[in-house]
Write a protein that binds this ligand. Structure first.
Ligand code: SAM
Length: 339
């Protein structure tokens, strides 16, 4: 795909996060003048700014992280000064509640919705947020800075729940072993920091040949559990379908197979390709005859190019999927009134 020229008139606040597949996101989102766009994951604001620069449109931006909301509000204040009004509107909360957030803000239906899943570099690179074992920090991992923290789960969840978290969300082959080791360690003393937990995990998970740290998968599992990330994606996608105007585009960038699987399934359902039962199953004939409400914009997941992966290793695992709500049929002109 030809990279679009990336505009830079409105710049993201801070430079803590390199946006992933930005050119492709703009290509499928195609923001146009006068449109309303929903950015479900403001983060560092690079997507929102690029959208605002591409067209004279309005962007409503959600984030559950109060730090991201503060960055966005500072940008709103700057836009207010420079343009006389802010075309950016920040919505604090989870995209799993996007319908309610949009309703409270009196937002219109959307012509484009974009979701860039996972955590931002602002979050990962701050030791105090406790997302990474690259630094010693409190075992926190809460994007919203509220609710059950990673330390709460690690120090109180039953062994079976821990094993499920490491197995299902971390896809860790040694999940039971990790859960047992965590329970044994916390019986000695509660685990408070990222490095304490990483050490416990590394002591029972052998380093494989990939070179990936043996604590990586368990940390991913814990982060997904702390933030109910998969539940959020399911709820968010369901609501996105209803919030889109006819002709509206949905673009989702995911970073691991658990996320991408949910996105793929939700899109297949909306595209009328629900593969939950065989076409020989009698229920197949009960499927509605109406054409599906969405059409695919990507036939399979789009991957970032080599140059982007080289420049930004975080992009390597990214997958982009996009679809469009079918444009409303134009009403046939009444007989007799035709020219
Ligand atoms: C990958 S970053 C987005 C980066 C952004 N596209 C940019 O260009 O800077 C993901 C952001 O989404 C937020 N986030 C993740 N899950 C969320 C959810 N369920 N509801 C609201 N925000 C969420 C995170 O707090 C984080 O700031």
């Amino acid at each position: 795909m030809n990279a679009l020229p990336l505009p830079s008139a409105i710049t993201p606040p801070g430079n803590g996060h390199v946006p992933v597949m930005l050119a492709e996101v703009l290509h499928y989102l195609t923001p146009a003048n006068g449109e309303a766009i929903l950015d479900c994951t403001f983060g560092g604001g690079s997507y929102s700014c690029a959208i605002l620069n591409t067209a004279e449109c309005n962007v409503w931006a959600i984030d559950r992280d109060p730090d991201a909301i503060a960055r966005g509000q500072a940008l709103c204040a700057t836009l207010q000064q420079v343009e006389g009004r802010s075309r950016l509107h920040m919505l604090a909360g989870s995209f799993g509640h996007m319908a309610e957030l949009a309703r409270q803000a009196d937002a219109p239906g959307f012509d484009g919705i974009v979701m860039d899943l996972g955590v931002s570099s602002f979050q990962i690179d701050e030791a105090e947020r406790g997302f990474s074992f690259r630094f010693d920090g409190p075992l926190d991992m809460r994007m919203a800075r509220q609710g059950r923290s990673a330390a709460d789960i690690v120090n109180t969840a039953p062994e079976a729940e821990l094993a499920d978290i490491f197995h299902f969300y971390g896809e860790e082959r040694h999940a039971r072993r990790v859960a047992r080791a965590v329970v044994a360690a916390r019986a000695e003393a509660p685990l408070h920091t990222t490095l304490q937990l990483a050490e416990v995990i590394r002591s029972v998970v052998p380093q494989d040949r990939s070179g990936i740290d043996s604590a990586t998968r368990s940390f991913q599992g814990l982060r997904i559990a702390v933030n109910d990330e998969l539940g959020e994606i399911e709820r968010g996608l369901e609501q996105a379908l209803t919030l889109l105007n006819s002709g509206g585009r949905l673009v989702v960038v995911s970073f691991h197979s658990l996320e991408d699987r949910l996105v793929k399934r939700a899109m297949q359902r909306a595209l009328g390709k629900d593969v939950s039962f065989s076409r020989h199953d009698p229920r197949a004939s009960l499927a509605p005859a109406a054409p599906p409400a969405f059409v695919a914009l990507t036939s399979k997941a789009i991957r970032p190019g080599d140059a982007e992966c080289k420049a930004n290793p975080r992009a390597r695992s990214a997958r982009l999927r996009a679809m469009m709500k079918r444009p409303a049929p134009t009403a046939p002109s009444p007989k007799g009134l035709q020219a």
